[in-house]
Design a protein around this ligand. Structure first.
Ligand SMILES: *[C@@H]1O[C@H](CO)[C@@H](O)[C@H](O)[C@H]1NC(C)=O
Ligand SMILES: *[C@@H]1O[C@H](CO)[C@@H](O)[C@H](O)[C@H]1NC(C)=O
Ligand SMILES: *[C@@H]1O[C@H](CO)[C@@H](O)[C@H](O)[C@H]1NC(C)=O
Length: 569
């Protein structure tokens, strides 16, 4: 019995070690992945090649394959070890596709002579497939890489289609990278429009040469281009004739972007450094050298003005203004800014929270619908002065209906006046609805993006005779983190939640006194008929209240904001 047991354990362990060694993949890239260790290898000796784990491509027929795709087809599916494909000098006229099931592939030419090994194609977006439909940009790629840990060196990737000005659908991709963790070293990527479709994943381009006319580095990858040459072949003397990069980032929370460091921009034409393909396009050039081909404006918003940032100020002298977007497409119209409290103005003074607002309304009878107002600052959790207001409402008698207000700390500075928010969406992390207004929030979604602790509301009522406060009715609270329902910014802070639905992100204590214990006697922090897994009041601070019907009554409808005087909805 005992012996058997040991045998079993050992055979299991052996099996485990065996499997682990077989399956374990090296999850990083080293310089060795770009080298064939036996440069004098006799390519006619198949056994020798196999023992060195390489596949040789030779257009003359002396290798394992005459095409690059033929070599890719020899790579086993779901391989876990690096497979090096030596591509000998020649012109390979073919389309190459590396599927996601074939990671750890290196395409290796002579790193000192990348011009000698060329993979070339000439598909353009307006070409037709077998059913007569246009193939589109993605399908034009001469080489497509969908697998992870791809490496290439010493090779030219090319698409020979020339994009003409005033002609559409001439996109022709030379290389499309859609796998994660690729590195390209001393590679040339040649084309005209959309040459390098750097689609997704994290990629490192080192000492590469990339040529094109329009958006010749495009996509939504997170890529570092170091010591590369970006060469424009856009026409001269015809006005703006091209653009280097077009990045497609769509949200401030995406970590994608193109960073060019120590690169050299050369060539012809008058080109933009970048175009905002996506709403949050991110392109940075650092320590680069630019030839005199950059259009003085530098950047383009892709003719979508919302991609520009703008601060809007409606002064007290301009009442009765409605900002109207499409109520069913609130996300399509965005007023966007990214100031934070610690930023300085043109005179060098600190902005402070209230001056960060993307949209400031100081006038009365303001209405808004169908728009998004945002402040895209993402606070550094350890930083100070990270408040970034999206909307500051300072006038009296405003109605916001189907408006999205996005930010992180102090998103909505609901400063002063009586306001009605109906079916709005308000996002933030800390005190994201704050101020000393008297406001009713009905059927709104309050979305926390807090990573750790956060707070929804911080109300600033200072004296007993102020009629201000925040009343949330029929609201839905969801998102992340562990948030307080409210914080006592003022001595008499007043915040009521009625008939709201709380996700389990509410801190059981519910409320905080802003580290001012005196405020516990004066705050009005109440909950009435709330539901959901965050609504259990068993752990709440004792100085908050469960309201009964008659106590909740004054806060439940527009009477709270004296709506009978100014609302006829
Ligand atoms: C929004 O959608 C509703 C229902 O689909 C429709 O009745 C209404 O006309 C739409 N409103 C706008 C401004 O398009
Ligand atoms: C407002 O919210 C309540 C409770 O969730 C719901 O019953 C009601 O239908 C909502 N009204 C509108 C117009 O969304
Ligand atoms: C509600 O509470 C108040 C104060 O605590 C009390 O005076 C009142 O009788 C209560 N009303 C009902 C209907 O329970």
């Amino acid at each position: 019995m005992k012996l058997n047991f040991f045998i079993n354990v050992w055979s299991l362990m052996f099996l485990f070690i065996f499997c682990a060694s077989k399956l374990e993949a090296r999850r990083y890239v080293t310089w060795n992945d770009f080298k064939i260790n036996f440069p004098n290898i006799d390519i006619s000796n198949g056994n020798l090649r196999k023992s060195h784990g390489i596949i040789v491509v030779d257009s003359r027929g002396y290798g394992d394959s005459v095409t690059v795709q033929g070599a890719i087809d020899m790579v086993p599916e779901f391989n876990s070890q690096r497979i090096k494909i030596l591509v000998l000098p020649g012109v390979y006229r073919e389309k190459v596709f590396i599927p996601s099931s074939k990671p750890f592939v290196s395409l290796i030419g002579d790193e000192n002579h990348p011009r000698r090994t060329i993979i070339t194609g000439n598909s353009k977006a307006c070409d037709k497939d077998q059913y007569g439909n246009e193939i589109g940009t993605v399908a034009t790629a001469t080489v497509t890489v969908e697998s992870d840990y791809f490496c290439a060196t010493g090779i030219t990737f090319e698409n020979t289609v020339a994009a003409m000005r005033q002609e559409n659908d001439k996109q022709g991709v030379a290389l499309r990278l859609a796998g994660d963790k690729a590195m390209l070293y001393k590679v040339r990527i040649l084309g005209s429009q959309d040459t390098l479709y750097d689609d997704k994943g994290s990629h490192y381009f080192f000492k590469c040469y990339i040529q094109g006319t329009v958006d010749f580095i495009c996509g939504n990858a997170r890529s570092l281009f170091q010591s590369c040459e970006l060469h424009s072949i856009a026409p001269d003397n015809v006005g703006i004739s091209g653009a280097i990069a077009a990045h497609e980032r769509e949200s401030p929370y995406d970590d994608t972007g193109f960073s060019f460091v120590n690169c050299k921009v050369t060539g012809s034409g008058s080109v933009f450094l970048g175009r905002a393909w996506g709403e949050y396009s991110r392109i940075i050039y650092s320590k680069c050298y630019f030839d005199a081909i950059i259009h003085p404006q530098g950047w383009s918003d892709w003719d979508v003005p919302s991609r520009q940032e703008e601060k809007v100020h409606i002064p007290a002298s301009k009442p009765f203004i409605s900002l109207v977007g499409d109520q069913n497409q609130t996300t399509r119209t965005i007023i966007s800014g990214h100031d934070k409290a610690s930023d300085t103005d043109q005179y060098g003074s600190i902005l402070g929270t209230s001056r960060t607002a993307t949209l400031t309304v100081e006038s009365d009878y303001f209405c808004a619908t169908g728009i998004t107002i945002e402040n895209t600052i993402i606070p550094d959790p350890k930083g100070v002065g990270m408040q970034g207001v999206a909307l500051r409402l300072n006038g009296d008698r405003s109605v916001l209906y189907r408006v999205r207000i996005l930010g992180s700390q102090d998103t909505l500075l609901d400063d002063a006046g009586s306001h009605y928010f109906y079916q709005c969406y308000i996002q933030g992390s800390v005190d994201f609805i704050c101020g000393n207004a008297r406001s009713l929030y009905k059927n709104c979604t309050l979305h926390s993006i807090a990573k750790g602790y956060g707070a929804i509301a911080a109300q600033h009522r200072d004296t007993e005779d102020q009629d201000t406060g925040f009343s949330f009715v029929n609201c839905k609270i969801k998102g992340s983190g562990r948030v307080f329902l409210g914080r006592a910014w003022g001595e008499y802070s007043r915040i009521i939640y009625s008939k709201c639905d709380f996700d389990p992100i509410i801190d059981p204590k519910g409320w905080t006194d802003w580290n001012q214990p005196s405020r516990r006697q004066h705050t009005v922090f109440g909950e009435y008929q709330c539901r959901g897994s965050g609504a259990n009041r068993a752990g709440r601070v004792t100085w908050s209240k469960t309201l009964n019907q008659s106590e909740a009554e004054p806060f439940l409808d527009v009477k709270f904001i004296e709506g009978q005087q100014w609302l006829r909805l």
